[in-house]
Design a protein around this ligand. Structure first.
Ligand SMILES: [Ca+2]
Length: 158
């Protein structure tokens, strides 16, 4: 294969992944550098969310989680910041998702985020939890340790 074919194959491959994505696997981020915020939008089914953030930054990075209610109005369920250069500041919590809704994770005081995911299935091959980890960068040094977040969706509550 020449370089163009390889590139085309890679692009088609990534399109295929996006097309089959669902729930938490749709995790493209949109960052607005001028406002120093990155948003990840996703549709989440009923379940329970546990989240955690920490920081090693001179700034004051944070996390907002909000959903669109039945009247199409955004409702914030999380709004917090973590101010520490040494991981000493942490913020965490949980909330219930009563029905399928559109959620946004908004990372503040960052200009870029990197995302990875892990899914857990039970012995019936049913996905019981999905975890997304996000590492945010607030400047130009590329260490991506300015905010760290772990957000897990559990299918079952209790
Ligand atoms: Ca940095």
């Amino acid at each position: 294969m020449n370089g163009l074919k390889v590139l085309t194959a890679l692009l088609l491959g990534s399109v295929a992944i996006s097309a089959t994505a669902n729930n938490m696997s749709s995790v493209a981020s949109q960052c607005m550098r001028s406002e120093k915020r990155c948003t990840i939008e996703m549709v989440l089914p009923p379940g329970v969310i546990s989240w955690y953030i920490t920081s090693q930054a001179a700034g004051n990075p944070g996390l907002i989680i909000r959903f669109k209610d039945d009247g199409d109005v955004w409702q914030e369920v999380v709004k917090t910041t973590v101010h520490s250069t040494d991981l000493s500041s942490k913020s965490f919590g949980d909330f219930i998702i009563d029905k399928k809704r559109t959620y946004e994770l908004i990372f503040t005081d960052v200009i870029e985020v990197a995302i990875d995911r892990a899914f857990i299935a039970n012995t019936d091959a049913d996905t019981v939890s999905k975890t997304m980890q996000v590492a945010g960068e607030d400047g130009m040094d590329g260490d991506f340790n300015d905010i760290y977040a772990s957000v897990t969706w559990f299918k079952k509550q209790g």
